[in-house]
Write a protein that binds this ligand. Structure first.
Ligand SMILES: Nc1ncnc2c1ncn2[C@@H]1O[C@H](COP(=O)(O)OP(=O)(O)OP(=O)(O)O)[C@@H](O)[C@H]1O
Ligand SMILES: C[C@@](O)(CCO)CC(=O)[O-]
Length: 915
């Protein structure tokens, strides 16, 4: 169906009339301006009257039309709602014909079908990724080749236009280009094409501008198409493509294809688009005004901003001639891919999304998203910077948009505040300066600008040995021997399938960041300013420390820890002590690993717990192990599985797990004061262990791997009563000093319990299954009563014990971990039905407790194996929508996922190699 632009009804200004009617006739003769045209929908058939006088175009939701010889018969060929839309689009585009199809790419496909095998296209080299993909398909399946040229210079088309051996049948243009916002002189290119190739069709993708800002048919082009998904509809609630042209023979070909393949826009989407387009000029005016402010803001900060609204833009003069405004899309470069990723991930108001033209502001990295389908080598050849960030600005308050962007720039380490106090006190926008960065291969130059070039104040500042690494570590359940283990008694513990995750990402600005979303904490340090002179050197040889880690008897330096807490870790209002302790543990570990490797990798570490924190399930150990392992990978101490070794292993070497464990113990000591080491050991190594700590002059450390643990199911109940392991451990130690006659016999008795448990769990086959479980249940009861005597139970834990012991369940339960609240563990015997388990869990939930039915004895620390370069995993499948949305490795998603979804998210992220 062809939409025709209709002449507006005008009175004849030359007919005799009174002076008053003459004036009014002249006024009526004036053509409507764009906003009026867009807001006013006329009937394509001026003689037709809606039977009810409907003010808005009805949705003719019908596939067929009754009767013969009527205007419509089948909606594939034509539909009244679509006709209204097409007529309206033709009117606002000043075109003779308009067609509405199901997407912008659908529009291009219809246009390409005007070509024949052997035809050649000239196209820009900064073309939308989806168009490029279709061009690739045409080449392979249609024998149609494309020559990419720099369309910012019309002269570059001349050799092809003049050379008769090329069968140039189409010139495909975008202006401004997406995403570099380069300007093609549509008028001049159309003129040159007509001169040398009058038969060739000049096609323009006008999506960035819309007919409000640019009407390429008026500039001599032959076909213009728009993705109606963007500005024309404006709300990202439909997909559509619009094609406009003046030439009848072209219109005929287009109408034929649409009717043949049936991709005309549906009645409902036509209605929605017609509704959206009425506010086109209103929206673009606001979006453009916002964009100008944001472009100026980024420009002032020193970023390379691509936007034809800036005076410095190379193509501004041409753009101002062919269009009536710079539009609402800009892109800017940061100098570093990882930095750009962090900026994108750190925004809140700006939605990470492909596409543009919506009333809401969007942010994206074209090389990871809309242009990911273009081969990286081709992207490089076409000068598409990998670090490019595209902003598609919406109608929000510009101050909010700039605030959010500014927060992201600060968080990502792209800018820093200068004289913060005085500007903040005056209530002004923060005084910022850009942190000088180089491209990845230019890091030392960028750091030199900061005085961080590795030769002056910060020796060893470097890029991490691996760009992005994700590690994880499990929590644990202690079955027997908690607290007693601190005093040299054996503890029996196993890894559970709830884990903590650490994402370490390289930065190029020389800084280090710690982000703890669970504690609403984040902070960035310049390593040059950390108190390196206070880090006591490890006793030589350092090669031994590199190989085996610090010795177990290393005691953290309290003076350094206090200094870090007081002078380097921010204690802003609302920031809790736990976060400060975690930051202390992180910095302490970072500085000590650095003191051995001599490196100070610039990175952001984001840590999330998928297990309850401070509940007795070893969250601090899981935190310590995931951080220690991430640091060992980013310092290059540990080889990344799958990179150094050709195969993709699903496990890490046990030697590596032991090395991680010895470093994690350092962090665990920072968090816990005097931990036994059982938690970090089981978290690092996984499985189930009987562990006895070393006590100088009295006993060596002993570590036995227990088999048979994983066969016994356990129920864990979290009372949600907050407690603190450090305080509870210190309390037992104090009582041991004050009341040795009471406490020491209790510890001895717990040792006997652990010995029996170890025997039952290690001598597989020596005990029948029911004997094994019955013994464990008895020992659980005994151990718990000793823990009560040690003073570490809590009324909520006793409630759990009583409830689980009640009939019909009859389970043996004890506190696990440090007690004082937190979790209890119950032994679930064979034959305990699933229904019983469910009813018990719901009874516990009724009194406010959370339960986990977990397997025990599972995997130890793990590392997400990075996809091999060029592997299928690494390739992003499509250009717009779908899979590519996952291409941002997802610090934002990682930060924001609910804790209970983290495990599923991590498992779906790829292959994990685990201890
Ligand atoms: N996701 C996390 N983000 C930041 N810090 C964490 C996280 N998980 C654990 N921690 C640190 O570990 C501390 C929790 O240690 P705590 O010993 O109190 O609990 P737990 O290790 O879960 O219990 P237990 O030692 O009895 O098994 C927190 O206070 C915090 O400092
Ligand atoms: C209470 C304790 O025994 C276990 C905490 O999970 C402390 C420790 O072993 O470090």
């Amino acid at each position: 169906m062809t939409g025709m632009s209709t002449p507006r009804s005008t009175s004849d200004p030359l007919s005799p009339a009174s002076p008053a009617s003459l004036t009014s006739s002249l006024l009526r003769a004036r053509p409507y301006r764009f906003a009026t045209l867009a807001a006013t929908v006329d009937n394509p058939d001026p003689g037709h009257k809606d039977q009810y006088g409907s003010s808005s175009v009805p949705i003719y939701q019908t596939a067929t039309f009754k009767g013969m010889g009527g205007q419509y018969d089948y909606s594939r060929s034509g539909n009244p709602t679509r006709s209204h839309l097409e007529h309206h689009i033709a009117k606002i585009s000043n075109a003779r014909h308009a067609f509405a199809v199901t997407s912008g790419m659908g529009a291009l496909d219809v246009i390409f079908r005007l070509l024949k095998p052997g035809d050649e296209i000239i196209a820009g080299n900064d073309l939308y990724g989806g168009s490029n993909r279709l061009i690739g398909y045409l080449k392979e399946h249609g024998g149609i080749t494309t020559h990419h040229v720099d369309t910012t210079d019309p002269e570059t088309l001349l050799p092809l236009l003049k050379d008769e051996s090329h069968k140039i049948a189409m010139v495909l243009l975008e202006s401004p280009t997406n995403p570099l916002l380069q300007i093609a002189d549509l008028e001049e290119i159309a003129r040159l094409t007509k001169r040398y190739r009058p038969e060739a069709i000049v096609v323009v993708d006008n999506t960035m501008m819309s007919p409000y800002l640019c009407r390429p048919l008026e500039l001599g082009c032959d076909i213009v198409y728009d993705s109606g998904t963007k500005y024309l509809s404006g709300h990202h609630d439909l997909m559509a493509g619009l094609i406009c042209c003046d030439r009848d023979e072209i219109a005929k070909g287009i109408a034929f294809t649409i009717n043949s393949i049936g991709n005309g826009l549906s009645p409902f989407d036509s209605f929605l688009l017609l509704r959206g387009v009425k506010t086109l000029s209103l929206r673009i005016d606001k979006q453009q005004a916002n964009t100008i402010l944001i472009a100026q803001y980024l420009d002032r900060l020193g970023f390379k901003v691509n936007y034809p609204g800036l005076a410095s833009h190379r193509g501004k003069a041409v753009h101002d001639r062919i269009a009536s405004g710079p539009g609402a899309v800009l892109s800017f470069e940061t100098g570093d891919v990882a930095l750009s990723e962090r900026i994108v991930a750190s925004t809140r108001l700006w939605g990470i999304s492909v596409s543009f033209g919506c009333i809401n502001s969007l942010i994206s990295m074209p090389c990871l998203m809309s242009h990911a389908s273009i081969d990286p080598a081709v992207r490089a050849a076409r000068n598409l910077p990998e670090d490019l960030i595209r902003l598609c600005v919406g109608i929000e308050d510009p101050a909010d948009l700039i605030d959010d962007l500014e927060a992201a720039l600060l968080e990502a380490g792209a800018v820093r505040t200068v004289d913060e106090a005085s500007t903040a006190a005056r209530g002004e926008r923060l005084n910022l300066e850009r942190i000088g960065v180089g491209r990845a291969d230019d890091l030392s130059k960028g750091l030199a600008g900061l005085g961080l070039d590795g030769t002056e104040s910060a020796p060893g500042v470097c890029r991490p040995k691996v760009e992005t690494i994700m590690t994880s570590a499990p929590g644990k359940v202690i079955l027997f021997g908690e607290h007693a283990v601190v005093h040299g008694v054996t503890a029996i513990a196993g890894a559970i399938d709830l884990r903590c995750y650490c994402l370490a990402e390289a930065r190029a600005d020389g800084l280090i960041s710690l982000v703890l979303p669970d504690m609403a904490y984040s902070q960035t340090w310049d390593p040059a300013n950390l108190p390196w002179d206070k880090v006591a050197p490890f006793p030589p040889p350092l090669s031994a420390v590199l190989k085996s880690g610090p010795k177990g008897d290393v005691v953290p330096d309290q003076e350094l820890l206090t200094l870090l807490a007081n002078q380097y870790i921010s204690h802003e209002a609302g920031q809790n002590l736990k976060a400060v302790q975690s930051a202390q543990a992180f910095l302490y570990l970072y500085m000590h690993v650095a003191s051995v490797t001599g490196l100070r990798p610039s990175q952001t570490n984001t840590i999330r717990a998928g297990l309850p924190v401070s509940a007795g399930l070893g969250s601090s150990a899981a935190f310590s192990v995931s951080v220690a392992s991430a640091l060992l990978y980013s310092h290059g101490v540990l080889p990344v599985p799958g990179q150094q070794s050709p195969a993709t292993p699903h496990s890490v070497e046990s030697e590596h797990a032991h090395l991680v464990n010895s470093w994690a113990f350092v962090a665990e000591k920072v968090l816990h004061g005097n931990p036994s080491g059982v938690d970090n050991t089981v978290s690092s190594l996984g499985g189930a262990i009987a562990y006895r700590r070393a006590i100088s002059g009295r006993q060596e450390q002993s570590l036995k791997i227990l088999k048979g643990f994983d066969e016994v199911p356990f129920l864990i109940t979290d009372t949600k009563v907050p407690r603190d392991t450090k305080t509870l451990v210190a309390g037992v130690a104090r009582r041991k000093l004050e009341e040795p006659d009471t406490i020491i016999p209790l510890l001895d008795s717990i040792q006997r319990i652990s010995d029996q448990a170890e025997q039952v769990l290690s001598a597989a086959g020596a005990h029948s299954r029911s004997e094994q479980v019955a013994t464990l249940a008895r020992l659980v009861e005994q151990n718990h009563s000793h823990l009560v005597s040690l003073g570490v139970s809590h009324p909520a834990l006793e409630t759990v014990r009583n409830k689980t012991r009640d009939q019909p369940w009859g389970l043996a339960t004890k506190l696990t971990g440090a007690g004082g609240g937190g979790c209890a563990v119950s032994v679930v015997p064979d034959g305990f039905s699933n229904d019983s388990l469910l009813s018990l869990r719901s009874a516990l939930a009724d009194i406010g407790f959370e339960t986990y039915s977990t397997s025990v004895g599972g995997r130890g620390y793990g590392v997400l194996v990075p996809p091999a370069a060029g592997s299928a995993d690494e390739q992003v499948e499509s250009a717009e929508g779908g899979v590519e949305a996952n291409a941002i490795p997802g610090r934002k998603r990682f930060e924001e996922a609910p804790a209970e979804d983290l495990a599923r998210w991590a498992e779906s992220a790829g292959v994990w190699a685990c201890a």
